[in-house]
Unconditional design. Structure first.
Length: 315
C-alpha cells in the first residue's frame, strides 16, 4: 500500500532513546553527590542523593557504616562535611545532613509502585571513583529481596541491568523524567546485569522516620513475601478490587504471623483494614504503633478467603 505509514528507522529509535537518557541524566545528575568516609576500617566512598535543598542526603547504610568523618562532593566540585542523622541497616539506607548554608539541587522522589518491568532505568553515581557516571538499562524485575547486613531480608528491591560498580552504592536510579525510582544498593559479583536498588517509596518511608525519630521503629510479623497477581477468578468470587497482593514466602516459626495461623503460599490481601498490594504497603503499615495491637489479616488460601487475628511484635 502506497499510503501505509513507514516503520520507524533504527536510527530514529536510537535517537529517541538517547534523548530520553540524556534528559534524565541532565535533570538528576546535579543532585547526586560523592560520599567519602573515614573510620576505623580506613577510607571508603560511595554515592548519595540530595533529597531536600537544605541538605538532606540519602545514601546506603553500608556506605557510611563505622564512619567517623563524612565528606560530600557535588558535581560542580564543591566539598563539605556531613553528619549522620540516622541509619537503617534493614533497608540499607542512611540519612546525612550536609553542613553547608548553600541551597543544593534536590532530586524528586518518584512513585516506585507505578514501575513496570521493561521500562528504562538510568543509574547515576560514582563507580570506582569516577564521578557523575551514567549507565542505562531497564527495570528487569520488581519485588526482589536480598539478605541484609543484619540478616533480615531487604524487601521489594528493584532489579535492573543498568551497570553498577563499587562506588555506585547510594546513587540514584531514575526514570526517563529524571525522577528517583530507587537508591542503588547492590550488585551481584560475577553475574551480568544483576543490580538492585531500594525503591523510592521505601526510601520515602525511611526518610520520614529518620527525620522524625533518628531511627526506624518497626513492628514485625515474622514473614517474607513478594508482590503477586491476585487470580482473577478468586478476585471476582470474593469481590476484591485489587490486582496484586503479597505472596507469603517464609513464615518464621513461633513469630506473630505463625502464631496467627498464616502460612507459606498465602496471599495477604489486607491487614488492619488496609489493602496490601505488595511489600511497600505492608512495610508502611508496620509502624511502631502497631506493636502489640491486634489486627485482622485477610488472606487468600487455595481460593478461600480467611480472616485471622495477628499481634505484631517489635523488631
Amino acid at each position: 500500500m502506497l499510503d501505509a505509514p513507514l516503520a520507524p528507522q533504527d536510527s530514529d529509535l536510537l535517537d529517541a532513546y538517547s534523548t530520553a537518557v540524556t534528559q534524565a541524566a541532565a535533570r538528576a545528575a546535579p543532585s547526586v553527590v560523592h560520599v567519602a568516609i573515614e573510620g576505623a576500617r580506613g577510607r571508603g566512598s560511595g554515592s548519595g542523593v540530595v533529597v531536600t535543598p537544605d541538605g538532606l542526603v540519602l545514601t546506603n547504610s553500608h556506605v557510611v557504616a563505622g564512619a567517623s568523618r563524612i565528606a560530600l562532593t557535588t558535581t560542580e566540585g564543591a566539598r563539605f562535611a556531613a553528619r549522620l542523622l540516622g541509619d537503617d541497616p534493614d533497608t540499607d539506607l542512611a540519612l546525612l545532613r550536609a553542613e553547608t548554608q548553600a541551597a543544593l539541587p534536590a532530586a524528586e522522589l518518584g512513585d516506585s509502585a507505578a514501575l513496570r518491568v521493561g521500562q528504562v532505568a538510568v543509574a547515576i553515581g560514582n563507580p570506582l571513583g569516577f564521578s557523575s557516571t551514567v549507565t542505562a538499562g531497564v527495570v528487569s524485575a520488581l519485588g526482589r529481596s536480598l539478605a541484609g547486613r543484619g540478616g533480615r531480608p531487604i524487601e521489594d528491591l528493584i532489579q535492573t541491568d543498568a551497570a553498577l560498580n563499587p562506588g555506585n552504592s547510594g546513587g540514584a536510579l531514575v526514570d526517563t523524567q529524571g525522577r528517583v525510582i530507587g537508591i542503588s544498593t547492590a550488585m551481584i559479583g560475577g553475574a551480568q546485569g544483576l543490580c538492585f536498588a531500594v525503591t523510592a517509596n521505601t526510601a520515602r518511608l525511611v526518610l520520614g522516620q529518620l527525620v522524625r525519630f533518628g531511627r526506624v521503629r518497626r513492628a514485625v510479623l515474622g514473614l517474607t513475601g513478594q508482590r503477586e497477581a491476585v487470580p482473577r477468578r478468586f478476585a471476582r468470587a470474593h469481590g476484591l478490587a485489587q490486582a496484586t497482593a503479597l505472596l507469603l514466602g517464609e513464615v518464621v516459626k513461633g513469630g506473630p504471623a505463625d502464631r496467627a495461623g498464616l502460612e507459606h503460599g498465602d496471599l495477604l490481601v489486607a491487614i488492619g483494614g488496609q489493602v496490601v498490594a505488595g511489600v511497600d504497603d505492608l512495610l508502611r503499615w508496620l509502624t511502631g504503633e502497631r506493636v502489640g495491637a491486634t489486627a485482622e489479616a485477610v488472606v487468600l488460601r487455595r481460593g478461600d478467603l480467611r480472616r485471622l487475628l495477628v499481634v505484631p511484635a517489635e523488631r
